[in-house]
Design a protein around this ligand. Structure first.
Ligand code: HEC
Ligand code: HEC
Length: 304
């Protein structure tokens, strides 16, 4: 019988209770036992090599060499082995690799950077990361902007100008755009007519008579021309939007389907006005970072 056979191969503690009640004494399988010893040995070696045990208010520092590294702001630090110190050391090495490139870019004019393939691709890819970290929260990925909130940086319409120098100034010093509201100084009809005229400026089909009356408001009681110019093309010096192109940065005309809806969007802006603030980055980003960002933003809109 197989059960009888088995009883002979199984060890017992050698004691019997109630006649035939015995306790097995199975040894642990060898593979399990050796596996267990191996984990103990592993742990002891690990404790010696790596930072591990608390001692008072410090701890064992492990057996690796100390790591010395320089932080981004130039401080030299020494630490026992940690993965964080390793990372800091790697980042230092990356910064040192970048350094000659950054120094070159710092000394080179925008046009020359654009003409040099190595420099332009370095500046572009470095600034792309800076843009994602510092700018995209407002201007969106790729500088697409949000109508009514943050201007699109990837089109060729500019509030403050799209030259390298103008873009650099926008980033360095920040910008404050201010469009006054006219609901106190213009009648509802005047606002209606001037909105008709403004929409006509950008090529939208409007009522000619109303637009003509609106033109009189634009250049007269509304004083719109003082900021937006008589032609309505805007001035970079004060960030007054160009009203003659098809690009809208605040009034959401593109989303409106009918003329009445488009007019409502413009009238809202003219009646209530609005102000927007672009923060200044001088001091928060380095000169060369600002330069690479200006280059990047210029590239975003280039050829469009
Ligand atoms: C807190 C939101 C915010 C952040 C962050 C921000 N901007 Fe702006 N930016 C604005 C606003 C709002 C304006 C429009 C200001 C105005 O009304 O004239 C603007 C305008 C600009 C302009 C001028 C656009 C034009 O048409 O002339 C440039 C260039 C620009 N930003 C670049 C950047 C860059 C590069 C960064 C990152 C370093 C950045 N911005 C970060 C909000 C922001
Ligand atoms: C004191 C200067 C000033 C005057 C006067 C002024 N504007 Fe503006 N306007 C601005 C500025 C600056 C902006 C852009 C602000 C920004 O983008 O932050 C603007 C923006 C606009 C916009 C939004 C354009 C868009 O792309 O969404 C419209 C529409 C507009 N103005 C119409 C008018 C009309 C109509 C009048 C006259 C009734 C007028 N403005 C008078 C300075 C002025």
């Amino acid at each position: 019988m197989s059960s009888e056979k088995k009883q002979h191969t199984v060890q017992t503690t050698g004691h019997a209770w109630d006649g035939d009640l015995q306790e097995f004494n199975n040894p642990l399988p060898n593979w399990w036992l050796w596996g267990f010893y191996a984990t103990v040995v592993f742990a002891v070696i690990y404790w010696v090599l790596y930072p591990a045990f608390p001692i008072g208010n410090t701890y064992t520092k492990g057996a690796f060499n100390e790591i010395t590294y320089t932080t981004a702001d130039g401080k030299t630090k020494t630490s026992h082995w940690t993965t964080r110190a390793l990372l800091m050391q790697e980042m230092q090495e990356a910064r040192e690799l970048q350094k000659p490139y950054l120094e070159k870019i710092n000394k080179t004019g925008y046009e020359q950077i654009a003409g040099n393939k190595e420099q332009s691709s370095f500046a572009y890819s470095t600034a792309k990361v800076l843009f994602a970290d510092n700018c995209a929260a407002c201007h969106q990925a790729g500088g697409a902007g949000v109508i009514g909130m943050y201007p699109n940086l990837a089109d060729d319409a500019w509030l403050w100008g799209g030259s390298y120098a103008q873009i650099e100034e926008s980033i360095r010093k920040g910008r404050n755009g201010n469009m006054p509201g006219f609901k106190a100084s213009l009648s509802a009809e005047q606002i209606d007519n001037v909105a008709e005229y403004v929409l006509g400026l950008s090529g939208i089909e409007v009522n000619k008579d109303k637009a003509a009356q609106g033109k009189a408001v634009f250049e007269g009681a509304g004083t719109c021309h003082v900021c937006h110019t008589k032609a309505g093309s805007g001035q970079f010096a004060m960030g007054s939007a160009n009203l003659t192109d098809k690009v809208w940065t605040f009034a959401n005309v593109p989303a409106a389907k009918t003329l009445a809806e488009k007019k409502t969007a413009v009238k809202e802006v003219v009646a209530n006005g609005f102000g927007r603030h672009m923060p200044a980055w001088n001091g928060r980003l380095s000169d060369v970072e600002i330069k690479m960002l200006a280059f990047y933003v210029h590239q975003l809109s280039a050829g469009k």
